[in-house]
Design a binder for this molecule. Structure first.
Ligand SMILES: [Zn+2]
Length: 377
């Protein structure tokens, strides 16, 4: 054990106690005197703490609880933690994502939410002292569940409020649990508690179970979604189910039964052919089948009756009679066909009188002896 005298970086004289092999001592002494003297260091920390308290007030951070000394230091540590999060940019996030499982399924915004969660909820000074050496990775891993859940709960409460104002109850209801109808661009999804009457209604309207909800894909021939969701809502209300539809206009249509019924009879164009594909979704309609098959040149193929575009006039008459609609593609098929008829060259063929067949040899025989002589040796 040996004491060495020297001058600290702050200019104050002092002595330090250095142990260990002599070759290391020089370095240890230099390092000790490169710092501030203990008094100046303490004063600097106190100043830092005082600044942190002022900054915390300015940033409107929650007050910390603990002993006076704890609070003084924790304020500084909390600011350092905030700084640590602030230095962790979106670019840093993109770099570590995929490298560390802590960041799986997170977006950068979640990291900011975790920071806010800690700052708002951790108000014990001891928290910042205990966790002073932990990394961003540690904080993300430890607090992501709580931090992001809080957010979901807030969203859930908000959604519940909106649902309440978008729910309508039929006068005679068979349950208090509403059916939720979600209207998407090209899909309607519907869900509620398990109920057999509900299941029958949605199945009959062409919905199928996705494992999570009953869904129906809306296409050009069964839409639009507004009409179909109004129809579904109306059927459910009439069966005694309360319904939730966020779209006010659609909800009113469901209440008033004001929607265009679904057209179930369509004339498509069979892809890559010049045929119409006549199609209907009412099951086992033999009568309709016979009528479609009486069209000229009709064939049965893949669940549709096919008729070539050449017979479009007959098909148009058939559509008029039985309430079929043409898809855009089928209409185009007709237009293109009509145009091709206009362009076709119309001719007046010349008539050719039929003449008797000649007998060549007889003609030669009758013409004279000249040639016959030539044939002789
Ligand atoms: Zn000093």
């Amino acid at each position: 054990m040996a004491w060495y005298c020297g001058t600290y970086s702050c200019g104050h004289e002092g002595r330090v106690n250095v142990i260990g092999p002599s070759k290391e001592r020089e370095w240890k002494i230099d390092r000790a005197f490169s710092k501030m003297c203990p008094d100046c260091y303490k004063a600097q920390l106190e100043e830092e703490n005082q600044k942190a308290i002022e900054l915390a007030k300015e940033m409107e951070l929650p007050d910390l609880q603990g002993s006076e000394k704890q609070v003084a230091w924790a304020n500084t540590l909390r600011l350092k933690l905030i700084e640590k999060f602030d230095k962790f940019t979106e670019k840093d996030f993109d770099e570590v994502k995929g490298l560390f499982p802590e960041f799986d399924n997170l977006i950068y915004d979640d990291v900011l939410k975790i920071k806010d969660y800690i700052i708002l909820n951790k108000t014990k000074a001891s928290f910042y002292i205990d966790n002073r050496n932990e990394s961003i990775r540690y904080f993300v891993e430890t607090y992501k569940k709580q931090a992001l859940e809080v957010n979901n709960e807030t969203e859930k409460a908000m959604l519940d409020d909106i649902k309440t104002e978008s729910t309508v109850f039929p006068e005679e209801r068979i349950t208090d649990v509403p059916v939720e109808i979600t209207v998407l661009e090209d899909k309607i999804t519907v869900s509620t508690e398990k109920n057999d009457d509900f299941k029958t209604i949605v199945k009959n309207l062409g919905y199928s179970w996705s494992g999570k909800s009953w869904d129906r894909k809306i296409t050009k021939t069964n839409g639009p979604v507004s009409e179909r969701s109004a129809e579904l809502g109306n059927k459910l209300l009439n069966a005694g189910f309360p319904i939730v539809i966020f779209d006010e206009e659609i909800r009113q249509k469901a209440i008033n039964g004001d929607f265009e019924p679904e057209c179930k009879r369509w004339i498509f164009r069979r892809k890559n052919t010049d045929c119409f594909a006549i199609n209907w979704t009412e099951r086992d309609n033999d009568d309709l089948y016979k009528k479609a098959r009486s069209l000229p040149g009709s064939k049965w193929s893949n669940g549709s009756v096919l008729v070539r575009v050449n017979h479009y006039q007959e098909v148009e008459e058939f559509a008029e009679l039985y309430g079929f609609r043409f898809t855009e593609a089928a209409k185009e098929l007709i237009d293109t066909y009509k145009k091709s008829l206009e362009k076709a060259t119309v001719v007046k063929p010349a008539k050719v009188e039929e003449t008797e067949l000649k007998d060549g040899l007889q003609e030669i025989l009758e013409s004279g002896d000249d040639i016959l002589d030539d044939l002789k040796d």
